[in-house]
Design a binder for this molecule. Structure first.
Ligand code: SF4
Length: 149
């Protein structure tokens, strides 16, 4: 059976920064008969739950991977190393399970695809990908935003 990497918070795991999971009623339809591989990059990198919210400052996940941008939390603490480590762990998990696709949580600085918060902690979005989404795409794994309804 084909496997798909899925943001763990969308599979009922309360691993978001606020200690909650995220409902995704349409996930079952998006998965079809494929096997979900639930994974949280941030928790895998040792970040606690709950944790301070973090955003990418100075670019998106691709810029972080290229050393041009950082991930910081809302106290100014730099968590770039943890976010890159979590992305690498997510890629390893996807490869272990043979995933060629990932269904990831929208807007997250790790899992977001196509749009992420802009680093001002004002709820403003910018075009771009989260760090994990960027790394997965660079290694040939098709990243899709998880269905929101
Ligand atoms: Fe969900 Fe991804 Fe954030 Fe983990 S890193 S809580 S899987 S959006």
């Amino acid at each position: 059976m084909e496997s798909v990497l899925v943001s763990a918070c969308l599979r009922g795991v309360p691993c978001r920064f606020d200690g909650r999971a995220k409902d995704s009623p349409a996930m079952a339809g998006a998965l079809g008969d494929r096997r979900p591989v639930a994974f949280c990059p941030e928790v895998s990198a040792g970040l606690s739950t709950p944790r301070r919210p973090a955003e990418i400052v100075g670019g998106d996940g691709h810029d972080v991977l290229d050393g041009r941008a950082r991930v910081v939390d809302d106290t100014g603490h730099d968590v770039t190393a943890e976010f890159v480590d979590g992305a690498e762990r997510a890629l390893a998990a996807a490869r272990r399970a043979g995933c060629t696709e990932a269904l990831l949580m929208a807007r997250s600085p790790s899992c977001g695809h196509g749009a992420v918060y802009d680093g001002t902690f004002t709820g403003t979005l910018r075009a771009g990908d989260g760090v994990t989404a960027a790394l997965l795409e660079r290694h040939g794994i098709a990243v899709r935003p998880a269905p929101s309804a």
